[in-house]
Design a protein around this ligand. Structure first.
Ligand SMILES: [Zn+2]
Length: 107
């Protein structure tokens, strides 16, 4: 893989394509209206398992697709890389956050 580790220079993408719908997203200053998803790969993948701390595979998902897919996206808390201590769908997590906001507004 070509890299510039001996002469590090930050590469800032100007645009990225949503992996779900293909919409072109403005990333010139920061990732607008989308989230960035990164993976270090994992044992078991036949396609991406570089076994390196600095190499990640990265995609963006627009906020609209995040909502559309909220039933299948998992929000998890981990104590370690492997151990999951809580898990819920992104849809349920959003409901939970809304409830917390309501409670904090009403004292
Ligand atoms: Zn999208």
């Amino acid at each position: 893989m070509p890299d510039n580790e001996s002469n590090p220079k930050e590469i800032v993408p100007k645009h990225s394509e949503c992996i779900a719908c293909g919409k072109l997203l403005d990333c010139s200053e920061f990732f607008n209206d989308c989230t960035v998803w990164r993976t270090h790969g994992n044992y078991g993948s036949l396609e991406f398992d570089p076994m390196s701390d600095s190499t990640v595979c990265e995609v963006v998902i627009c906020d609209e697709c995040l909502v559309k897919k909220s039933k299948v996206i998992r929000v998890v808390k981990r104590t370690t890389r492997q151990r999951i201590v809580s898990e819920q769908s992104f849809e349920d997590w959003k409901k939970y956050i809304k409830e917390l906001d309501k409670k904090s507004q009403h004292g």
